[in-house]
Write a protein of this length. Structure first.
Length: 176
């Protein structure tokens, strides 16, 4: 515990903003072969989920066209409602049409892709772009025909529901 306090102080390279006796660190549990660490500050806990400890999965074909990988970032426990996922689309891959009861925000981390709302034009999205969809807005998003794209998808659940999945995006809709 003393060594971890020293690391916290050294990392800040200044006096701590909390009294050292208010900080404790513990190894919480072993899950999936990775250690989850917790730091306690005045009774609150910060959790660190080690890089590589959460498996990446192939996205289900019933919601996506093409090869899509998903790496969960957070699935907040109630009363919080946030879900965030790192989603990587290979060229030509995309979601099906879908909606989110409380809306969705995308942050494109790499590549270039496409997004469209129902009745609107197909829009190009690029690394660094932030895209927001209103609650209930029917939309899709994915990679470009010849470019991969990765984004962080963030949405909240309403009564446990994050998304309503609809029909696949046709080749005509995707190609414009």
């Amino acid at each position: 515990m003393v060594k971890e306090k020293e690391l916290l102080l050294r990392a800040a390279d200044r006096k701590p903003s909390v009294a050292p006796d208010m900080i404790s660190a513990e190894n919480a549990s072993m899950r999936g072969g990775a250690c989850r660490r917790s730091l306690r500050f005045w009774g609150r806990t910060m959790k660190i989920i080690a890089c590589g400890s959460v498996p990446t999965i192939m996205a289900p074909e019933k919601y996506f066209t093409g090869r899509v990988l998903q790496t969960p970032i957070i699935e907040a426990e109630a009363p919080a409602r946030l879900r965030a996922v790192l989603v990587s689309f290979e060229p030509g891959a995309r979601t099906h049409w879908h909606t989110h009861p409380l809306g969705q925000t995308l942050y494109v981390t790499s590549g270039a892709g496409l997004a469209q709302t129902w009745g609107g034009p197909v829009q190009v999205i690029r690394a660094g772009d932030v895209i927001s969809f209103a609650p209930g807005e029917k939309h899709w998003h994915g990679a470009g025909p010849k470019t991969a794209m990765t984004h962080i998808a963030m949405q909240e659940a309403l009564d446990g529901v994050h998304a309503e999945w609809l029909e696949a995006v046709t080749a005509e809709q995707y190609g414009g």
